[in-house]
Design a protein around this ligand. Structure first.
Ligand code: DLL
Length: 449
């Protein structure tokens, strides 16, 4: 399976006709099977028998994370349990997990769109891939695994973590492709450098990075450090998992193609829910067009981005920009709006800070207070003999390099964002991660008093 022009270059009128037909089928299917959607159709005054397709879609409200929680565990499923071939959970770190499921047919589509994504990333049958996404309930590990097998790659299913072993395998098995979160790819690049292993001593050529927001600065660091072309892969469990959109290796920096034959995207205003014009930022919404176990209409991802059609490129499918933050992550602190990714941009300019950070907002009296917790980069910790111990305020007081990092960081935040934030330095791995290896970038504790 390689580039598929009949799907990826389908002229827009035909793509719309395909989406329309599939959406009508999906609505009729849900109307016959899922009480949650039967109620939603009734509330919106939609008669599934006369539903016209895309033009009627916006009459329907959104499906939100809370709807999964209210129907925990399998209340939104459209098939009996014995037709569910696999279950996964999304990586939420608070409350009940979001449970998602797939029929055997859904899994075939999952593999197909991941394989298609890997082709766009530059992967070709016969190459080897080191898959450092977490295996388990997280969709990243198994999602990339089966997509890679479908494409005809040799898979090294190492999962996340164990940096020593990752580096060993990179040298011994010589894979051309690394699949990992961008922050972990950066850890590997730094470790390679620290151990004096030349990027040429390994055989990597491509990195397929996703599952968390990342910046162009991080792309440069990973590309330079590992000698790879790094592309973005995006997805979410509620809609499928990885493979909903993917950047083309020759069009890096111009957005990721959304596989529109399976997922219909919209961008809406985060306050009004109304559609916004092409190119404008808003909340990304997805409707599944072909899923059978858990079809979802108008899912509110909470991710902020924009969509653009670019007719001069390889494919007709729409491109999404990078995720600039989440609707529920945009913070208003003492009247200043800011996205945690602004903190990330500053961190990427600080050589002694790692990309692992967390913004914590609390309220003291009537004033909002913001603290940024950031893990110090490993090389500095090692140089100070602090690699194995949790970092405390006393350590920071004792070492000039740590005090300087703390001071510079706080000053840059004040200068660039216009807010004073307290900066706390931590040792590596001290911030809590979810099973998928992800960090919640924001803890908003203002309501907890
Ligand atoms: O993270 C699926 C995935 C696995 C994607 C491996 C790519 C690679 P969830 O755990 O359900 O699924 O988390 C979904 O992660 O709504 C975004 O906020 C964020 N996210 C995923 N990919 C990207 C990306 C997987 N490329 C949530 N850039 C999504 C920015 C991303 N954010």
């Amino acid at each position: 399976m390689l580039f598929q022009p009949d799907i990826e270059r389908l002229p827009l009128p035909q793509l719309r006709a395909l989406q329309n037909a599939r959406l009508k089928e999906q609505v009729a299917y849900l109307a016959a099977r899922v009480p949650f959607y039967q109620r939603k159709f009734a509330e919106a005054g939609i008669n599934p028998a006369t539903f016209r397709g895309l033009e009627d879609l916006t009459k329907l409200g959104f499906t939100k994370k809370a709807d999964f929680r209210d129907n925990y565990p399998l209340g939104l499923f459209a098939v009996p349990e014995n037709e569910v071939a696999r279950l996964h959970c999304s990586s939420g770190t608070t409350g009940k997990a979001t449970v998602v499921g797939y029929t055997a047919g859904d899994l075939a589509i999952f593999s197909e769109v991941v394989a298609r994504s890997l082709v766009a990333a530059g992967c070709r049958p016969g190459m080897k891939v080191q898959n450092a996404y977490g295996y388990g309930l997280f969709t990243g590990g198994l999602g990339l695994h089966y997509g890679a097998e479908r494409l005809g790659l040799t898979v090294i299913p190492v999962s996340g973590g164990s940096t020593d072993r990752q580096l060993q395998l990179l040298q011994d098995f010589r894979p051309e492709i690394l699949c990992a979160t961008p922050s972990y790819a950066q850890v590997l690049a730094e470790e390679l450098h620290r151990r004096g292993i030349a990027p040429e001593a390994i055989n990597l050529k491509l990195a397929v990075l996703g599952a968390e927001p990342w910046s162009e600065a991080l792309r440069t660091q990973v590309q330079d450090g590992l000698h790879v072309a790094a592309t973005n892969i995006y997805g979410l469990s509620e809609i499928l998992g990885p493979g909903i959109s993917q950047e083309d290796v020759d069009e890096r920096g111009t957005g990721s193609y959304i596989w529109e034959d399976h997922f219909y995207p919209e961008i809406v205003d985060k306050d009004t829910g109304e559609p916004v014009p092409e190119g404008q930022p808003g909340v990304l919404i997805f409707t599944t067009l072909t899923k059978k176990a858990l079809p979802i209409l108008r899912y509110w991802t909470g991710d902020i981005t924009h969509l653009t059609y670019d007719h001069s490129v390889k494919r007709t499918h729409v491109k999404m920009g990078p995720i600039r933050g989440r609707a529920d992550d945009m913070l208003i602190i003492r009247g200043v709006n800011f996205f945690p990714t602004q903190v990330e941009d500053i961190i990427s300019q600080l050589p002694h800070a790692s990309p692992h950070y967390q913004v914590v907002v609390t309220r003291q009296g009537s004033l909002d207070e913001v603290a940024v917790h950031v893990e110090v980069a490993e090389p500095l910790l090692r140089a100070l003999g602090l690699a194995a111990t949790p970092l405390t305020a006393t350590h920071v007081q004792q070492h000039d390099a740590l005090r300087a990092l703390q001071g510079t960081f706080a000053k840059k935040i004040k200068d660039n964002i216009g807010l004073s934030m307290r900066v706390f330095l931590l040792g590596s791995g001290q911030l809590p991660r979810s099973e998928g290896g992800k960090l919640s970038r924001v803890l908003d504790r203002r309501a907890e008093r």
